[in-house]
Design a protein around this ligand. Structure first.
Ligand code: HEC
Ligand code: HEC
Ligand code: HEC
Ligand code: HEC
Ligand code: HEC
Ligand code: HEC
Ligand code: HEC
Length: 502
């Protein structure tokens, strides 16, 4: 016998799909996952060319062609080929193929069943079995078909060579893919059958991260940094700010600030306004005005020249310019005497500074002229009326500037200032003409006054610690050169007669 080129008739009923039965005229029936198979069973456990059915000597045979997946006939593995009898059940992957001989045609009913595993084949029931029908070959039927098929193989041995050629050719064709799918993994070369499960996903069809993830990422990170900037402000600070600016309450009385700073950074550091404007605007109360003297302003000396910040929590900016030795972090060149020093070669808006009045206490009369300019106009307004009256009535007051300054100086010191350091005075311990002049009138004593200044305008005791801020033999610069002229707190309250202190 040779392989005949005749066409056989296959009637295929797909119960797994809603197709009408199809009649196929074909030499053989290729069964597999390949789309061009005559019987296409699309499932990963089905090989591209899994099996074939072909008629040999008036009988249909199933040929198992897959190297990796199995084909069973009535629950037994088909190794190479087996004859098919009426009522046989083939299983390929999850598909059940019910064989039915119809005259010379072969009817195949395809059913898809997921839960049943290999070997647990649903045996056709007696009613399903078309027992009345006799296969065209007139050979064995039903359960015996396997044995029968084995016997039958003997008869087709001669055709085997030709058959192998036939199926090999089909296999090769099945391997060829008309158009490579874009889903096909590029590396390594595609494999067939079970090897399909070694398939690695490619990334080209993966959905890219949506842009919103990026946007939200930026938003979240941005929010976290803003939160961090406000909750951990000290992390951005060069050093802690002073307790005075960290406190959440006001301690001084009368108050020197409008509100507590409570460790806020943005009260001093702002984008638009100058820092010293911020300092001055908060340090503006009924009892205090943060002003800068005209000569300092002209020289570019401002709040920060005298009040440093970020020198640690215990650093007190209020006294920094009075002494460099009193606290850690204070610098001599930031004190009155340190900046106003011959050794300081720096220029301030083009001006040099010198050690004033020989490094001692200043004296208002230089070369017989009243050089002291008198107190600030605004500060003078604040003085008690009796003081103004005293100036108006001052006997030596002359129309010239020197007379005005002399009258102001005398009025400031007379009858309202306590005597100290063994200086003479009234019975009440207040300053009088004799405190400074041993004699006055025609023979005015102009020498004694020079020695008196140091008795009162010296030293300073720190009110917080009771320690000496300025030593007793050193000049207290701000007692003669008041910096914050509207400051109600006096440089040395004990020197003012209580009753007359406003
Ligand atoms: C009382 C006012 C004040 C407060 C409050 C304040 N600073 Fe400052 N800060 C200053 C001054 C004064 C300087 C020195 C500026 C200068 O020299 O020009 C400064 C400087 C800085 C500098 C720059 C340091 C440098 O070398 O230039 C940083 C950063 C800074 N402060 C961060 C902070 C942070 C963060 C906070 C909040 C915890 C804060 N500051 C609170 C007054 C303040
Ligand atoms: C030339 C130096 C100097 C300048 C400039 C200066 N101060 Fe002062 N300030 C002092 C001295 C010194 C004291 C200590 C009190 C005193 O001796 O008058 C002081 C005291 C203070 C006090 C504390 C007052 C108290 O009684 O506790 C505040 C607040 C203050 N200054 C704010 C400012 C502000 C704000 C500026 C800028 C607008 C400024 N100062 C400019 C020298 C200066
Ligand atoms: C938001 C308000 C506020 C701002 C802005 C502010 N301060 Fe103060 N400052 C205070 C408070 C509150 C105190 C403590 C007063 C109290 O406890 O009654 C204080 C205290 C001080 C003292 C006295 C501190 C001491 O040693 O006892 C000085 C000096 C001072 N500030 C200077 C400045 C300077 C300079 C700036 C600008 C760089 C500034 N302040 C900005 C609120 C402020
Ligand atoms: C950082 C340097 C510096 C510091 C600190 C400083 N000054 Fe001055 N001061 C100057 C400069 C610069 C001038 C202007 C110089 C000039 O006009 O000859 C000036 C001017 C003066 C004047 C006016 C001088 C005049 O010719 O009328 C007096 C008074 C004065 N300072 C007192 C003080 C006192 C008091 C302190 C301490 C609370 C102090 N200064 C702190 C730099 C400083
Ligand atoms: C705190 C010290 C002090 C007291 C108190 C004082 N004087 Fe003077 N007086 C001076 C000084 C300083 C001068 C300037 C001396 C010089 O030219 O060297 C002066 C100068 C004068 C002059 C010269 C005129 C002038 O303007 O230069 C007369 C007059 C005078 N005093 C009278 C009095 C009388 C009267 C009293 C008491 C009612 C008095 N003084 C209290 C310090 C004082
Ligand atoms: C017995 C103590 C005493 C003696 C001595 C004394 N002073 Fe005074 N002086 C004071 C007092 C207190 C004030 C403050 C008066 C006030 O605030 O109204 C003052 C104020 C001043 C002022 C004005 C400060 C301001 O408010 O601008 C000057 C300047 C001054 N004295 C210089 C001198 C000179 C110079 C001498 C030496 C000739 C001298 N004093 C001697 C106690 C004294
Ligand atoms: C007892 C009062 C008194 C004391 C304390 C005092 N001065 Fe004076 N100072 C004066 C008088 C008065 C003048 C004006 C006469 C003069 O120029 O000598 C003056 C002038 C100055 C001048 C202007 C000098 C010039 O050449 O134009 C400066 C700067 C000055 N003092 C700074 C200081 C400093 C810094 C201290 C602290 C170390 C200080 N003074 C302490 C009273 C004083």
């Amino acid at each position: 016998m040779s392989t005949r080129q005749e066409a056989n008739t296959f009637i295929i009923t797909r119960e797994d799909r809603s197709f009408d039965p199809v009649t196929l005229m074909s030499e053989g029936l290729a069964i597999g996952r390949a789309p061009d198979s005559e019987l296409n069973l699309n499932h990963p456990t089905v090989s591209r060319l899994h099996a074939g059915i072909r008629k040999l000597g008036g009988r249909f045979y199933i040929f198992h062609l897959s190297p990796s997946n199995s084909t069973t006939l009535n629950g037994n593995l088909v190794h190479e080929k087996a004859a098919l009898a009426d009522g046989d059940v083939l299983q390929i992957g999850p598909f059940f193929l019910f064989i039915d001989y119809q005259e010379s045609a072969l009817s195949i009913r395809v059913r898809y069943q997921t839960t049943v595993r290999v070997g647990e084949v649903e045996q056709p029931t007696a009613s399903q079995q078309p027992s009345s029908e006799v296969p065209p070959s007139g050979d064995a039927v039903g359960a015996d078909s396997q044995a029968d098929a084995a016997a039958a193989t003997g008869g087709v041995d001669a055709d085997e060579g030709a058959l192998d050629v036939f199926w090999e050719k089909r296999k090769r064709e099945a391997g060829k893919v008309t158009r490579p799918s874009p889903l096909r993994p590029r590396q390594p070369a595609p494999k067939l059958g079970k090897a399909r499960f070694n398939w690695k996903p490619t990334r080209d069809l993966e959905r890219p991260w949506p842009f919103s993830i990026f946007t939200w990422g930026v938003v979240v990170v941005g929010l976290l940094s803003v939160v961090a900037a406000f909750s951990y402000t000290s992390a951005f600070s060069p050093a802690p700010v002073s307790n005075a600016h960290a406190r959440a309450s006001l301690n001084t009385s009368p108050a020197v600030a409008r509100e507590p700073n409570a460790n806020s950074c943005t009260t001093c550091h702002t984008m638009r306004t100058n820092m010293e404007t911020n300092c001055a605007s908060c340090h503006q109360t009924n009892g205090f005005a943060a002003t800068v003297t005209a000569p300092h302003q002209a020289a570019g000396v401002g709040c920060l020249s005298c009040h440093a910040e970020h020198r640690g929590a215990d650093f007190r900016p209020g006294i920094a310019s009075l002494s460099a030795d009193f606290q850690k972090g204070a610098r001599f060149d930031e004190t009155c005497a340190g900046c106003h020093n011959d050794a300081n070669a720096k220029l301030y808006n083009g001006r040099r500074v010198f050690t004033p009045h020989g490094g001692t206490f200043g004296y208002p009369v230089v070369n017989g002229q009243w050089k002291w300019e008198g107190i600030d106009k605004e500060a003078w307004e604040q003085k008690p009326d009796e003081l103004k009256q005293l100036v108006a009535n001052w006997p030596v007051a002359s129309a010239d500037e020197g007379g005005r300054r002399s009258a102001q100086f005398h009025a400031l010191h007379l009858y309202r200032v306590r005597t100290t350091g063994g200086l003479a005075g009234t019975a009440e311990g207040e300053v009088s003409c004799s405190t400074c002049h041993k004699s006055y009138g025609v023979s005015l004593d102009r020498e004694t006054p020079r020695t008196t200044c140091a008795a009162c305008h010296n030293g300073k005791t720190d009110t917080q610690t009771g320690r000496a801020l300025i030593a007793a033999d050193k000049a207290n610069c701000t007692s003669c050169h008041v910096q914050h002229v509207l400051d109600k707190r006096h440089w040395n309250p004990s020197l003012l007669a209580a009753a007359r202190d406003q």
